[in-house]
Design a protein around this ligand. Structure first.
Ligand code: AMP
Length: 215
């Protein structure tokens, strides 16, 4: 069972990917998380992250290629934030051709207004927890409910960078909708619904797919 989550920044890919991975016991692969970890040691990666630009395809494809060699992905995986360009999608096709099959690409569809609203209210903790201060506030608002550490705003969630990230999405990632629609892999998900309802739409599809495969 291997899935891809597609959608603009702020669509809820990370939140939904975590839920999918937990419920269906598959691996969550977030290129954003991998790069945020890498930026601690690599100033060049950091430069892309703070400006909201995409890390060059060669670097990203290599990172995913190496990750897909690990044994744990045999359980299945959900890709969150990859592919983000046509080059990356084609590279992924080549990588997985014979061994792994992608079961579906969920396109989480939200308006840009909603995406920007969600991003501007997002606060994160270094333990990986994420909150929406306007929606799902941490009980202590500025502290993480899980570990008690201070919450902060991602550098690339600040207003001027968000606009650039949306432009990057429009130019470089949006063509993937057509790419996967043509490949008959695209499943449209209404991302404007509540988090639980969005998850219900995805879960229903995965359950049906599992039943069809007799797993
Ligand atoms: P995310 O957490 O998915 O919003 O990603 C945060 C940042 O990591 C992006 O704005 C890019 O700078 C970088 N990044 C994540 N995934 C990719 C990708 N597939 N290709 C290039 N850059 C990426």
């Amino acid at each position: 069972m291997n899935y891809i989550l597609l959608g603009p920044p702020g669509a809820g890919k990370g939140t939904q990917a975590k839920k999918i991975a937990k419920k269906f016991e598959i691996v969550h692969l977030s290129t954003g998380d991998m790069f945020r970890e890498a930026k601690k040691f690599d100033k060049i990666i950091n430069k892309f992250l703070v400006t909201g630009e995409l890390v060059p395809d060669e670097v990203t494809v290599d990172m995913i290629k190496n990750r897909l060699l690990k044994d744990d992905i045999k359980k299945g995986f959900v890709l969150d934030g990859f592919p983000r360009t046509l080059n990356q999608a084609q590279a992924l096709d080549l990588m997985i051709k014979s061994q792994i099959k992608i079961d579906a690409v969920f396109f989480i569809n939200v308006t840009f207004e909603e995406a920007i609203r969600r991003i501007s209210s997002r606060r994160v903790c270094s333990c990986g927890a994420s909150y929406h201060i306007a929606l799902l506030a941490s009980k202590k608002v500025k502290k993480c409910d899980f570990c008690g550490k201070e919450l902060s705003q991602r550098d690339d969630d600040k207003e001027d960078v968000v606009k650039d990230r949306i432009t990057v999405y429009e130019k470089q990632t949006k063509p993937l909708i057509e790419y996967y629609r043509n490949a008959r892999m695209l499943i449209g998900i209404n991302g404007l619904k509540e988090e639980a309802e969005v998850f219900a739409q995805i879960s229903e599809y995965i359950d049906k797919n599992k039943a069809k495969k007799g797993k």
